[in-house]
Design a protein around this ligand. Structure first.
Ligand code: CO
Length: 134
């Protein structure tokens, strides 16, 4: 059901500093920051030859990554995103298998303008999983 690895997301407390680190020290191309108020984060993407890295900084008072950064003040790996061809079919199969979909289970539009869902990390080896329909 899952396809390519779309991206690995890293939570950071300072998006400008993290972007500079990837651009200047690691020599990567970093996109301009984009605010995603519905997700409570601002993000940049780093294109790699075979995938992408998403750097996320909290946005707003109720950011879902605020608690993560309180526990991990240096930042850290937050989620991985797999591609699926049909997100509603994927949701039905996952729910039938007992997996928990976060929020109200309705796909939101993610950073690439495509529908995304998140799956409970306790159901997937302690890893928060994002599914993106491509
Ligand atoms: Co993501």
């Amino acid at each position: 059901m899952i396809g390519r690895l779309n991206h690995v997301a890293i939570a950071v407390s300072d998006l400008a500093a993290a972007s500079a680190l990837y651009r200047d020290t690691l020599g990567a191309h970093v996109t301009a920051p984009v605010a995603l108020p519905e997700h409570g984060v601002s993000v940049v993407f780093i294109a790699l030859p075979n995938s992408k890295i998403e750097l996320m900084e909290p946005l707003g008072a109720n950011s879902p990554i605020a608690a993560f950064l309180a526990k991990n003040p240096d930042g850290g790996m937050h989620h991985i995103c797999y591609e699926v061809s049909d997100i509603l079919d994927a949701r039905a199969r996952l729910k039938a298998g007992g997996a928990r979909v976060l929020g109200d289970g309705t796909p939101k539009i993610g950073a690439h303008g495509k529908p995304v869902l998140f799956l409970h990390p306790k159901d997937f080896n302690g890893t928060l999983i994002e599914l993106e329909q491509v």
